[in-house]
Design a protein around this ligand. Structure first.
Ligand code: NDP
Length: 345
């Protein structure tokens, strides 16, 4: 069994990765920004086998050399830590710097420690800035449009992944790099916080959306994303990037699913049909009244259906995806359990 460093251990995705690594018998060292955040750490410490095989240490992405000690003695590094917010006050400082400098910091530590493989959590955000008409996205695609003004979170993920591939090309380190590019990750959470992607469901029930908009999402369950990381680490022949996404679902089908499962009563599930040309126009116009990051997301995604080919991850890593309806309903049940859903009227 391996010793594995997982960065950003309290994260939505990282905590599921740690759960699965422990389940498979690996030893895990997880990094957190602060060991003082007891509320976030308790669920990790309570995972099966954590007492015997999970160690938590502090490391900040922005501190040079912060991961050096943590990487010592590890066979593999799974680098998931990166800020995930759509709207940042200062996108360079709050998104790009931690993503890019953090990635370099972690890779330098991995190289110095002589680890065998690094699995990097990138994103579909590094593949495309906006769904692209009929073009079917593959691992060969790169986001070339995002900027500090336009989808800055997407820019941070693109630059971080580029920095990782550049590091490997320039330094020929001991490890090989494998990259996972997940779409919007949903699912039940181990840690108590509300993840940015699961926020979507809270917004749908809270009446944040004035109507059913022409938005289509590519979802992937957090348990499948975690499995992708573990398989990428364990599969000898894993190589390059892997798009990681299940089915797409449009807002209208999603609202219908929630309606059918009792989420209309007492909630503000949208009713007004805005999934038409007039609706798209209204959303585009009103997007300028939204916070900058949310506004640019709406303008680049309204009326567009993402298309992607995930055959590489299915073929090479043997990953299969849960049906999207199962993930959505599991997510809602978990959000209700955690007290994140708005109160029913
Ligand atoms: P979370 O916000 O739950 O986790 C992000 C983690 O990054 C947290 O543990 C956070 O630590 C850590 N982090 C942020 N800034 C710093 C810093 N300066 N120093 C150290 N740690 C830091 O997000 P997710 O689990 O959703 O995301 C994990 C990864 O997956 C990210 O790289 C994200 O870009 C990527 N991703 C996520 C998708 C999604 O839909 N959720 C989709 C595609 C990719 P702390 O708890 O201290 O804040």
């Amino acid at each position: 069994m391996s010793s594995v460093l997982v960065t950003g251990a309290t994260g939505f995705i990282a905590s599921r990765i740690i759960e699965q690594l422990l389940q498979k018998g690996h030893h895990v060292r997880g990094t957190v920004r602060s060991l003082g955040k007891e509320r976030e750490l308790v669920p990790l410490r309570m995972l099966p086998h954590a007492e015997a095989r999970l160690e938590l240490v502090e490391a900040d992405l922005l501190t040079d050399g912060a991961f050096d000690a943590a990487a010592q003695g590890c066979d593999h590094v799974l680098h998931t830590a990166s800020p995930y917010v759509l709207d940042a006050k200062d996108p360079q400082r709050d998104l790009v710097d931690p993503a890019v400098k953090g990635t370099r910091n972690v890779l330098e530590a991995a190289a110095r420690a002589g680890v065998r493989r690094v699995v990097l959590t990138s994103s579909m955000a590094a593949v495309t800035d906006e769904p692209d008409g009929d073009h079917v996205l593959t691992e060969a695609d790169w986001n070339t449009k995002s900027s500090l003004e336009r989808n800055p979170y997407y820019l941070s993920k693109t630059l971080a992944e580029r920095a990782a591939w550049d590091f490997v090309a320039a330094n020929k380190p001991s490890f090989d790099l494998v990259v996972i590019n997940p779409f919007l990750v949903i699912g039940p959470s181990i840690t108590p916080g509300l993840n940015t992607s699961n926020q979507l469901f809270v917004d749908l029930l809270a009446g944040t959306y004035p109507g059913i908009m022409n938005l289509t999402w590519g979802f992937v369950d957090v348990r499948d994303v975690a499995r992708a990381h573990v398989l990428a680490m364990e599969t000898e022949g894993a190589k390059g990037r892997y798009l990681c996404a299940g089915e797409t679902i449009g807002m209208r089908s999603m609202v219908q699913l929630l309606d059918e499962h009792g989420f209309r009563e007492g909630y503000k599930l949208p009713k007004l049909g805005m999934d038409c040309a007039m609706g798209d126009f209204a959303v585009r116009l009103s997007s300028y009244l939204q916070p900058r990051g949310v506004g640019s997301y709406l303008r680049t995604h309204i009326g567009r259906v993402p298309r992607y080919d995930t055959s590489k991850i299915q073929r090479e890593l043997g990953l299969s995806f849960r049906p999207v309806q199962t993930s959505i309903l599991d997510t809602l049940a978990d959000l209700a359990r955690a007290g994140h859903l708005p109160a029913r009227a």
